[in-house]
Design a protein around this ligand. Sequence first.
Ligand code: BT5
Length: 321
Amino acid sequence: MKEKILKLLKDSKNEFISGQEISQQLNVSRTAIWKYINALKEEGYEIESVSRKGYMLLSTPDILNYEEIRKYLETKHIGREIFYFDTLDSTNLKAKELAANEQKEGTVVIAEEQTNGRGRLGRSWSSPKKKGIWMSIILTPEIEPTDAAKVTQVAAAAVWKGINEVGVKTQIKWPNDIVLNGKKVCGVLTEMSGELNRLNYLVVGIGINANMSDEDFPEEIRGLATSLKIELNKEVERKELIGRILNNFEELYEELIHNNSIDKSIKICVENSALIGKDVRLILKGKEEEAKAIDISKEGELIIQDKNGDISKIISGEVSV
Ligand code: BT5
């Protein structure tokens, strides 16, 4: 009901809508409306109420619920259900819990803050309140478990495109980073549940440093991390960016679902790669190696050439330039 009232307020932009009209349209009592209006005010919506005129929405807060993101969404199913939290340990953990119960393709979990944000291999991901985008997408594609890594490339390409659409040109650092001026601005964490030959579900976690200042980062990563705000010198509209990323994600992900191909995503990842054509250091199974990054395969693997000229493919790992 609260969402419905908010929608009516938004629809009658810059004009008062009377309590009576809301009450008639939604079949709800005037006292109940008053309670919902107060709840909205508490969430940060600025609503003017004038007796005999009714209510007028003056401003909407910078929050990431479905109602706020909806107007930027052009998707059929990705993000059409959003679970929104003020604080969570980790959106990936919550998404896995939801997926284990419902397994609903396209459901998105968003939190304003993560108290135990996670990176790969048990590393942590710094996620201060309202400064970034911390979200996870639940997916149930009919692909082999061995193909799960492809979805990381799809997500990286979708984030690259979304950020590009708001005017920032980033680079993709295979397999799961987006970098800006050599510093990390986004990380992707794809986790899956499945058996040897059957995938139950995937959770794609995306963390984007949107509006952090330098001092919002823990000291130990200040030299390695950056935000869109630091590089642009102005705040970015988080809800718009989420909308754009989800729109691009759906388009690129459909190629995987319908054609079992991720060519479009790979093209974006190669053309905007921070690694291809460069000499890189790899950590593979604990061992450090030097090689040249030459391409990304259709499967999403990094193709490298070692000092002896031998070419090989790697499916995951740590790479630095
Ligand atoms: C990643 O891991 O880059 C994946 C990060 C995924 C985060 C999202 S947020 C929503 C969802 N819910 C979660 O709990 N996680 C996902 P990895 O490649 O392992 O990089 C982790 C390393 O990046 C850390 O060890 C730090 O050095 C660095 N780091 C931590 N927080 C950072 C930040 N906010 N910005 C840039 N670098 C960061």
